[in-house]
Design a protein around this ligand. Structure first.
Ligand code: BYC
Length: 330
């Protein structure tokens, strides 16, 4: 099985007649669009689902720094380097807001980190693909952050207060990220023949993996039904994927590039594009740890954790000394 089994997954959403009084009151609160706050009563599975989703989201932000960090030393100009550095730092910040939101659910950041490092928790599949040339920095910002915003704008209205508030700030920054990516693509697509070829190559490699970011098709999504009933998720995976395709195809045309999906076609009746699904067997292989960069990414995070041990130890020792001094003074 490719998914973590939170108890409710696959067993359907509880009907009101099967709910306890507490569960009914909780669902009514969600249905009134009120936020759930950390000290409020919540079903265990609601808590577990949030820890799973917010934790994975936080890990994605942290692991997501790796493919871009790879290009910081090779950015073509000082200005591009400064912009990319700011973006990569933003991702670290997003990780911190999200780990903090997750901690309000009773799990520590160290526990979450451990589950990332030992492979028990996932991060977004997209970061298991390599970034091979500078145009990938454009395509990642444009497509990957573009897909992230499509998913995260509705999450500003998610039912759990700390998650929804973290998303407000994250979305503002993601919007800058998306634009910086598109700005790189505009420059390269309008550049020399080689630059345009690199832009097309980056788009060709990242198009289908970007579509995978929205998760499996609705039919295969094990958590969507319950998560939507709890308003943890506001839209289905396929709804958001469709919106992303509809938004992105005109942007490809504006760049003068070719959509990698040769069968893409506007469907007047549905008011959206008919598009080819990504190769789902590739998606599930990536989730199982067999993507092109899974091993490298986990090795890099494990090394960073190990190499940073002295910093954590020093900070804890300093905090203990400070607390002891304060206690003596008091
Ligand atoms: N990658 O039942 P489903 C970013 C897993 S990056 C890996 O539909 P759910 C950024 C899923 O976790 C974006 N795993 O699940 C941008 C589940 O397995 P588990 C990060 C995936 O949770 C630039 C199983 O497949 N954003 O922001 O209802 C730079 C069944 O799927 C993926 C978020 O995390 C995937 N693509 O829906 C830096 C947004 N898709 O957990 C950073 C918040 C599915 O049972 N997350 N799976 O083992 C969500 O909105 C939802 O969790 C998803 C999946 C739409 C991703």
């Amino acid at each position: 099985m490719y998914a973590q089994m939170v108890k409710t997954a696959g067993t359907g959403v509880k009907k009101p007649k099967d709910m306890t009084a507490e569960e009914k009151a909780f669902q009514a609160k969600i249905d009134r669009n009120e936020k759930i706050e950390p000290k409020d009563w919540m079903p265990d599975d609601y808590r577990a689902t949030l820890i799973r989703q917010i934790g994975q989201h936080a890990h994605s932000e942290i692991v997501g720094q790796l493919p871009e960090g790879n290009w910081l030393t090779r950015a073509p100009t000082l200005e591009r380097k400064a912009i990319l550095l700011a973006k990569v730092q933003d991702e670290a910040g997003h990780g911190l807001y999200l780990y903090s939101a997750c901690e309000t659910l009773g799990v520590s950041r160290d526990e979450l980190t451990e589950m990332l490092l030992n492979g028990k928790m996932k991060y977004s599949s997209i970061f298991n693909y390599p970034t091979l040339n500078w145009a990938d920095m454009g395509a990642v910002g444009w497509l990957v952050d573009g897909a992230a915003i499509m998913n995260q704008v509705p999450l500003q209205r998610t039912s759990y207060g700390p998650y929804s508030r973290a998303m407000v700030r994250i979305c503002k920054e993601e919007s800058f990220h998306q634009r910086q990516g598109y700005a790189i693509m505009m420059k390269m697509a309008a550049g020399t023949a080689d630059q345009k070829r690199m832009a097309q190559d980056a788009l060709d490699r990242l198009w289908f993996p970007s579509l995978m970011m929205f998760g499996p098709s609705n039919k295969e999504s094990v958590h969507s039904e319950q998560s939507m009933a709890w308003r943890i998720k506001i839209n289905t995976n396929d709804e958001l994927r469709q919106k992303f395709v509809d938004q992105t195809v005109p942007q490809i045309e504006f760049l003068g590039l070719t959509c990698p999906d040769k069968d893409i076609k506007w469907n007047e009746e549905k008011g959206g594009y008919d598009y080819t699904d990504p190769d789902w067997s590739e998606f599930f292989a990536v989730l199982k740890g067999n993507g092109p960069c899974n091993k490298d990414r986990l090795a890099a995070r494990n090394a960073a954790w190990k190499n940073g041990a002295w910093v954590r130890d020093a900070m804890l020792a300093h905090a203990r000394k400070k607390a002891a001094r304060k206690a003596v003074a008091a």
